[in-house]
Ligand binder design. Structure first.
Ligand code: NDP
Length: 502
């Protein structure tokens, strides 16, 4: 299998079966990595399968000990990890460090809670089966394949990797071709703690390497990336009936109610939209603000957004657009909005200066323009006024995505949150749910399905096993050919008495 770098990507093949990851700030080569073919991927999965038995045998305590040691190592070498994240994505050092802090917190939670969530438990057998002992246990699925994106190259895949490992699985990870170094670093550091077997191995390359992982016979495939690729991954996994978890893009809305703390909401909107240069699946892309507070809110947003400066130097607020082809999409969305009558409050088409994009704030954006309907993934935001929150909720829910959402309201945040068609909501704050390890992360609609993080995230990488054990002879046993003629009749009498009355 010969793979060549897709034109859209900031990578080059070197002709020797390797490709280079580049620093998007400078175009310099960060490192070369192998392009793994289908055979190498299958071999990695076979090795992970052998390791899986050993890892499972360690039990919750043994795995926790190793994962805790890995966590301490990540803390110790946080700067090194952050440096690599910055080099491959271009994001500012402080943001890369923040990403690692979240990784560490999630790893801690997953290791600490796996046994509580997944261990064997007794459940009630019910009246009719009272002669049985019923137990439920969440067992590891075996080998989990993880395919990750480049925008949070440690945090996003670790949302699957940490939880899958804690649940007793081994993992084969295919990082984005833009960030292979971060993936390899994660695998190498865990190997220092777990030298016996490859419990987390990495395969690098392009989309074909990812497709090979889908076909490799892994027991579950956890994908995070764009909706278009998610559909391809699902189709490939369907060939082998490999179960998938699909975490895709979003077009999250932030709603500002008439009673909101407007300054706080503006600060959250600007951070939610512009941090990581807007390359965040749960980033704020749209704002719907109550008309009573719209002028005040917009003024705050402008004041904050104009101060932000993209660049590759240590003092920059935003890094570059990591994936070169995204620049055209960002420019296209801004242009489309302006052509249809939107107002540019900050920046405009001229703000797109590859590889950087300066903040763009657009107002009165037609609801059918791409800046509203498609994921922009740049430091841009749309602000539209609404008459009331009903209109805001209707517009927020109108899109095809349903990942996250944000509500600013002093009195009815929770009530409004329930009406959002989104997997996660922050009230009077932004993206807070992602930093709370006990909360499940995932969306609906074109944002995908399945959950990482939290108890649901642990169970996502486990197979529930239900066991019924006969304790003693049942008074009535209708499930035998030796049952007497009256057995079912007696059973029906019990059912009528027990379930047929109010
Ligand atoms: P892509 O969908 O382009 O790629 C995601 C991963 O899939 C990459 O590792 C990619 O490899 C791999 N891949 C590409 N083609 C195939 C294929 N045919 N079979 C198997 N794997 C394949 O996404 P991006 O990397 O551009 O990431 C950005 C997207 O991720 C955004 O839409 C963003 O919203 C979303 N995202 C979602 C999150 C969530 O949790 N919901 C979190 C973070 C990001 P390669 O890079 O080598 O092409």
């Amino acid at each position: 299998m010969t793979q060549t770098a897709p034109e859209s990507r900031a990578v080059t093949t070197s002709g020797d079966g390797r490709f280079a990851s580049l620093d998007p700030r400078t175009g310099e080569v960060v490192a070369h990595h192998p392009i793994h073919d289908a055979k190498q991927v299958t071999d990695a999965v076979a090795q992970a399968r052998r390791a899986a038995n050993w890892w499972q045998e360690l039990g919750f305590d043994g795995r926790k000990e190793r994962l805790d040691a890995w966590r301490r190592l990540l803390v110790k070498r946080l700067d090194e990890a952050a440096g690599l994240i910055s080099a491959e994505t271009g994001k500012p050092a402080a943001d890369a460090k923040l990403e690692m802090v979240l990784v560490i917190d999630h790893l801690h939670w997953a290791a600490r809670n796996a046994e509580r969530v997944l261990r064997k438990r007794r459940v009630s057998a019910g009246l009719l089966m009272s002669n049985q002992a019923a137990t439920l246990e969440y067992l590891p699925v075996g080998v989990v394949g993880v395919i990750g994106p480049w925008n949070y190259p440690a945090f996003t895949p670790m949302g699957s990797i940490a939880y899958a490992l804690a649940a007793g699985n081994t993992v084969v990870f295919k990082p984005s071709e833009l960030t292979p170094g971060v993936g390899t670093w994660l695998s190498d550091t865990l190997a220092e703690i777990v030298p016996e077997h490859p419990v987390l191995s990495v395969v690098t390359g392009f989309g074909e390497t990812g497709a090979a992982l889908c076909r490799s016979g892994v027991d579950k495939l956890a994908f995070t990336g764009s909706t278009a690729t998610g559909k391809r991954v699902m189709a490939t996994c369907a060939e082998t009936l490999t179960p998938v978890l699909v975490e895709c893009g979003g077009k999250d809305a932030l709603i500002v109610d008439y009673d909101a703390d407007v300054a706080l909401a503006a600060d959250a909107a600007v951070w939610g939209a512009m941090s990581n240069a807007g390359q965040t699946c749960i980033g704020v892309e749209r704002v719907y603000v109550h008309e009573d507070v719209a002028d005040e809110f917009t003024a705050h947003v402008r004041k904050l957004a104009v101060k932000l400066r993209p660049g590759g130097d240590p003092g920059a607020d935003l890094g570059p657009i990591t994936m070169p082809s995204q620049v055209d999409i960002i420019r296209g969305h801004v242009q489309d909005a302006l052509d249809r009558g939107a107002k540019a409050l900050v920046g405009g088409v001229e703000s797109v200066r590859p590889p950087f994009v300066e903040p763009v704030v657009l107002a009165d954006v037609p609801e059918d323009s791409t800046a509203i309907t498609e994921e922009t993934f740049g430091p841009t935001i749309t602000i539209n006024r609404v008459r009331d929150v009903d209109e805001a909720i209707r517009l927020a829910n109108a899109g095809k995505y349903g990942l996250g959402g944000t509500i600013f309201s002093k009195t009815r945040g929770e009530q409004l949150a329930r009406r959002l068609r989104a997997g996660m909501v922050s009230i009077n704050g932004v993206v807070a749910f992602a930093a709370i390890p006990s909360l499940p992360f995932g969306g609906v609609g074109d944002s995908g399905f399945g959950r990482i993080h939290g108890e649901d995230g642990l169970r996502e990488f486990a197979r529930p096993q239900a066991v019924a054990r006969r304790k003693f002879k049942a008074l009535l046993n209708p499930m035998s050919f030796t049952r007497g003629g009256g057995t079912v009749r007696q059973l029906l009498t019990i059912v009528k008495l027990r379930y047929g009355r109010k």
